[in-house]
Design a protein around this ligand. Structure first.
Ligand SMILES: Nc1ncnc2c1ncn2[C@@H]1O[C@H](COP(=O)(O)OP(=O)(O)OP(=O)(O)O)[C@@H](O)[C@H]1O
Ligand SMILES: [Mg+2]
Length: 316
């Protein structure tokens, strides 16, 4: 089966010379049609950059991005135009135009993508509002008349209006209260089922990722540390960084053994990342070899699992 999205050796850089930030480096993975893939890692690890580069909102500096088998790198704005609607993004802050009625906002999306240009427009706007749990009468309201959770529903509605097959959701819950977060997660689950959406879900919240995603990519300083089916990752994290990340998250069961790896301090500057394994300066298991070579992401015995650690076989 052709993956929905396939990236190979993707790199994204910002700035030049001494100011060059290598935000994403050598990242390769596939996303299957209908899959929800989680993307986790500390702040600054490159999650948003990777998500944006995947749908060509920012230009990658190297590598390949394929959407349903079609190479996107080098297509340019005009080449991307017909594909754009299939790949949409939901942001932490939906940034709605305060002077635009909700119906007009959705109508604008439809016009941009030349959808429902005739008599079916109003019905389509209605349908999109209902699909995110809002009502027909909301079309005539302005953004300030909505609660935080409803605004995020509007952000999702704006993405859905384009009839996407693939959605990148970048921390869509982070600005919301806990109770509202649960509603939005349930909406995403419902939409996935009903519309068969493929999802890249970027989050700090490992609990939500565990609930929503079938597979998880762990990113650190722009590099993939581990890729694994969700349950396998949470049951037995293979990479020391994943172990630390899970240990740093609140432990639901206090009877569990104390975490072995603690994350101390901040990650190194992406302006000057460590040689070899980028995690080695914070890794309790680091050996000399870790400074000398970038550990390749290698498949583990368990199906669908890969880890980039020279020593993983010693504990997994
Ligand atoms: N437009 C930009 N110009 C320069 N540097 C940037 C730009 N965007 C991101 N960066 C840098 O790239 C790195 C990755 O940033 P990114 O926002 O992708 O991380 P993130 O994992 O999404 O973090 P967070 O969890 O805080 O959202 C960081 O070092 C960041 O400072
Ligand atoms: Mg981000």
């Amino acid at each position: 089966m052709t993956p929905m999205v396939s990236i190979k050796d993707l790199a994204v850089e910002f700035g030049q010379g001494a100011q060059r930030v290598r935000a994403v480096r050598g990242v390769s993975f596939d996303i299957a049609p209908g899959e929800a893939l989680g993307l986790v890692g500390e702040s600054g690890s490159g999650k948003s950059t990777l998500g944006r580069a995947l749908i060509q909102l920012i230009a990658a500096s190297g590598g390949s991005v394929q959407f349903e088998g079609q190479e996107l790198m080098g297509l340019g704005a005009s080449g991307m135009r017909p594909l754009r609607r299939h790949m949409q993004m939901v942001f932490q802050d939906p940034s709605l135009n305060p002077r635009q009625r909700v119906g007009d906002m959705l109508g604008e999306v439809l016009s941009t993508h030349k959808l429902h240009m005739g008599a079916s427009r109003a019905a389509r706007i209605d349908e999109v509002l209902h699909s995110v749990g809002l009502k027909s009468e909301h079309a005539s309201r302005y953004p300030h008349e909505f609660s935080g959770g409803q605004k995020q529903r509007l952000g999702i509605a704006r993405a859905l209006a384009a009839e996407p097959r693939f959605i990148v959701a970048d921390e869509p819950l982070s600005a919301l209260d806990m109770s509202i977060q649960a509603q939005i997660v349930n909406l995403l689950i419902d939409l996935r089922q009903r519309l068969g959406l493929t999802l890249l879900f970027i989050s700090h919240d490992l609990d939500v990722v565990q609930y929503l995603c079938e597979r998880v990519v762990v990113l650190y300083l722009g590099r993939v540390m581990e890729i694994a089916p969700t349950q396998a990752l949470f049951d037995a994290p293979a990479h020391p960084y994943t172990q630390a990340l899970l240990a740093a998250a609140p432990i639901p069961d206090p009877a569990q053994p104390a975490p072995q790896v603690q994350l101390q301090g901040d990650p190194p500057s992406p302006l000057n990342p460590p040689s070899g394994c980028v995690f080695r300066t914070r890794c309790p298991h680091a050996i000399d070899a870790c400074a000398e070579q970038v550990p390749p992401l290698v498949p583990m015995a368990q199906a669908g699992r890969s880890v980039a650690c020279l020593r993983h076989h010693e504990w997994s």
